[in-house]
Design a binder for this molecule. Structure first.
Ligand code: GDP
Ligand code: MG
Length: 356
């Protein structure tokens, strides 16, 4: 697959209207009024989104009518960025987990709907707890990701804002339109509590729009396309109409193994554990993959291997099933576990492992 992005000029400011946020209501506002406000805030602009069935064939859109732009999805760990990206792309391109900090790479997924190609950038959560080489590398990736995009989707958990959120918000450039996406809205049971929170949020940044929603609700995700669309400039698409990710099969294999690793080891395993693909061979529909899980301590190795190798076997089996579903063929998967003490503190080694 071609990964070359075409470089295109920035859009004229007129093509990205910076709508002011909806007016803030007093806290005493009635529940009905607040509901109306929330409905307007989220959905007014998304009303005209075409359904999937009415989206014309991609080839039918002439280049001069195509819209295309970069959207950075940013936010502290665990707010739902990966869930959102996967839902937007319609395929798993980013791993999700209850454990924070599972996304390390700047993963792009893309989706072309009608005349518009949405190119999404997922970023690792801004690392606040550790100052080692790995985290410095992650922070550079976040800063790089928000400075060359057409739209920023700043994801927070609805009703919440703490120091970790503030640190990510501080990285956002003033010049780029940013949408405040209040995710996990399904967990908010008293909507009236949102008004003072929203007022506080509006004072923190000049958000273009406020979108309360749930990343795991298909209708909300559908509406989000319509909300984002108008911020993307009229310019030719960067990728094929049916492209969903520009990550290689090799990269996806490492991500899938890493996801199973974190899912099955729970909170015991430090996030510094990583997966390296040593071999990725294709023979017709068969993939022969060899991977190494690199951990920092002997104790971590034991955690992954488990009693009589049970844990590692499960990681391998689950990863293999998912890889077979993704590639549509048989997968032969070998996984090794190695201890490489202290690698997260070594700049050179962080580079070797592929974190920019
Ligand atoms: P990331 O670290 O920001 O990429 O967050 P993830 O996408 O990995 O999600 C973290 C957790 O939040 C996972 O357990 C998700 O299933 C969960 N989650 C994501 N979006 C929603 C939502 O809209 N509602 C609820 N209730 N949970 C969500
Ligand atoms: Mg993530």
């Amino acid at each position: 697959m071609s990964t070359g992005k075409k470089q295109t000029p920035k859009p004229a400011p007129a093509s990205a209207p910076v709508a002011k946020v909806i007016p803030v209501l007093p806290v005493t506002q009635s529940q009905d009024a607040l509901d109306a406000m929330l409905a307007r805030a989220t959905f007014a602009r998304g009303a005209a989104v075409p359904s999937e069935s009415s989206v014309p064939a991609a080839a039918a859109v002439p280049e001069n009518e195509q819209r295309c732009g970069l959207i950075a999805i940013v936010g502290k760990p665990n707010v739902g960025k990966s869930t959102l990206l996967n839902a937007l792309v319609g395929q798993k391109v980013s791993i999700t987990s209850r454990k924070a900090q599972t996304t390390r790479h700047r993963i792009t997924g893309m989706r072309t709907r009608a005349a518009t190609q949405f190119v999404f950038v997922d970023t690792p959560g801004f690392q606040t707890r550790h100052g080692n080489a790995l985290n410095r590398s992650l922070n550079r990736t976040v800063v790089g990701a928000v400075n060359d995009v057409d739209l920023i989707v700043f994801v927070v958990e609805a009703g919440q804002f703490n120091l970790a959120d503030a640190k990510v918000l501080a990285l956002l450039p003033e010049k780029t339109p940013a949408i405040l996406l209040a995710n996990k809205f399904d967990l908010i049971h008293r909507r009236a509590e949102i008004a003072p929170w929203l007022r506080d949020m509006q004072e923190r940044h000049n958000f273009a729009e406020f979108v309360p929603m749930s990343a795991n609700n298909a209708k909300d995700v559908e509406r989000l396309f319509g909300i984002c669309e108008k911020y993307l400039p009229v310019q030719p698409w960067m990728y094929e109409a049916d492209a969903l990710t520009d990550r290689s099969d090799r990269f996806m294999a490492a991500e899938i193994i890493r996801e199973k690793l974190f899912r099955l080891t729970g909170d015991e395993l430090p996030y510094t554990s990583t997966v390296i693909i040593d071999k990725y061979e294709e023979e017709g529909a068969l993939r022969k993959i060899a991977a190494t899980i690199v951990v920092e301590r002997d104790g971590h190795k034991g955690m992954i291997i488990g009693e009589k190798g049970e844990k590692l076997k499960r990681i391998g089996t689950e990863a293999r099933h998912e890889l077979e579903a993704l590639t549509g063929g048989k997968v032969f998967l070998e996984i090794w576990v190695k201890v490489r003490s202290g690698w997260a503190d070594d700049e050179a080694r962080v580079k070797t492992f592929g974190y920019e």
